[in-house]
Design a protein around this ligand. Structure first.
Ligand code: SF4
Ligand code: SF4
Length: 66
Protein backbone atom coordinates (compact mmCIF):
# COMPACT_ATOMS: atom_id res chain seq x y z
CA UNK A 1 0.00 0.00 0.00
CA UNK A 2 1.53 3.31 -1.08
CA UNK A 3 -0.80 5.68 0.73
CA UNK A 4 -1.09 5.05 4.43
CA UNK A 5 -3.69 6.85 6.50
CA UNK A 6 -3.38 6.83 10.26
CA UNK A 7 -6.95 6.24 11.42
CA UNK A 8 -6.20 7.72 14.82
CA UNK A 9 -5.16 11.03 13.23
CA UNK A 10 -7.60 11.33 10.28
CA UNK A 11 -10.64 13.47 11.09
CA UNK A 12 -12.45 12.83 7.80
CA UNK A 13 -12.23 16.45 6.64
CA UNK A 14 -11.90 15.37 3.00
CA UNK A 15 -9.20 17.88 2.10
CA UNK A 16 -6.95 15.19 0.67
CA UNK A 17 -9.70 13.85 -1.57
CA UNK A 18 -10.25 17.36 -2.92
CA UNK A 19 -6.62 18.21 -3.63
CA UNK A 20 -5.39 14.92 -5.09
CA UNK A 21 -4.82 15.60 -8.81
CA UNK A 22 -5.23 11.93 -9.67
CA UNK A 23 -8.46 11.18 -7.79
CA UNK A 24 -6.71 8.48 -5.77
CA UNK A 25 -8.26 9.11 -2.38
CA UNK A 26 -11.76 8.56 -1.09
CA UNK A 27 -13.56 8.85 2.22
CA UNK A 28 -14.64 5.40 3.33
CA UNK A 29 -18.44 5.22 3.45
CA UNK A 30 -18.48 3.30 6.71
CA UNK A 31 -15.64 4.83 8.69
CA UNK A 32 -15.73 8.33 7.16
CA UNK A 33 -11.94 8.26 7.03
CA UNK A 34 -9.65 8.74 4.05
CA UNK A 35 -8.22 5.78 2.19
CA UNK A 36 -6.14 5.17 -0.92
CA UNK A 37 -8.76 3.78 -3.27
CA UNK A 38 -7.05 3.95 -6.66
CA UNK A 39 -3.40 3.84 -5.71
CA UNK A 40 -2.22 2.71 -9.14
CA UNK A 41 -3.10 6.19 -10.40
CA UNK A 42 -0.91 7.96 -7.81
CA UNK A 43 1.79 10.30 -9.14
CA UNK A 44 3.55 10.54 -5.76
CA UNK A 45 3.26 14.30 -5.83
CA UNK A 46 3.05 14.36 -2.03
CA UNK A 47 0.29 16.98 -1.91
CA UNK A 48 -1.96 14.87 0.31
CA UNK A 49 0.80 14.25 2.82
CA UNK A 50 1.88 17.89 2.86
CA UNK A 51 -1.59 19.40 3.12
CA UNK A 52 -3.30 17.02 5.55
CA UNK A 53 -4.03 19.21 8.59
CA UNK A 54 -3.49 16.36 11.03
CA UNK A 55 -0.44 14.73 9.40
CA UNK A 56 -2.43 11.52 8.99
CA UNK A 57 -1.08 10.56 5.55
CA UNK A 58 2.23 9.01 4.61
CA UNK A 59 3.10 8.46 0.96
CA UNK A 60 5.48 5.58 0.35
CA UNK A 61 7.48 5.81 -2.85
CA UNK A 62 7.77 2.53 -4.79
CA UNK A 63 11.10 0.86 -5.35
CA UNK A 64 12.59 1.94 -8.65
CA UNK A 65 14.13 -0.79 -10.82
CA UNK A 66 16.51 0.41 -13.52
S1 SF4 B 1 -6.79 15.56 4.80
FE1 SF4 B 1 -6.01 14.25 6.48
S2 SF4 B 1 -7.54 14.47 8.11
FE2 SF4 B 1 -8.50 15.17 6.21
S3 SF4 B 1 -9.54 13.35 5.38
FE3 SF4 B 1 -7.50 13.45 4.46
S4 SF4 B 1 -6.22 12.13 5.79
FE4 SF4 B 1 -8.07 12.63 6.93
S1 SF4 C 1 0.72 11.63 -3.56
FE1 SF4 C 1 -0.38 13.08 -4.92
S2 SF4 C 1 -1.29 11.78 -6.49
FE2 SF4 C 1 -0.72 10.42 -4.80
S3 SF4 C 1 -2.58 10.26 -3.51
FE3 SF4 C 1 -1.34 11.96 -2.69
S4 SF4 C 1 -2.12 13.83 -3.70
FE4 SF4 C 1 -2.83 12.04 -4.87
Amino acid sequence: MQIRVNSEKCNGCGLCTDICPCDVLRLNGETGLAEGKYERDCWYCGACELDCPTQAITVHLPYMIS
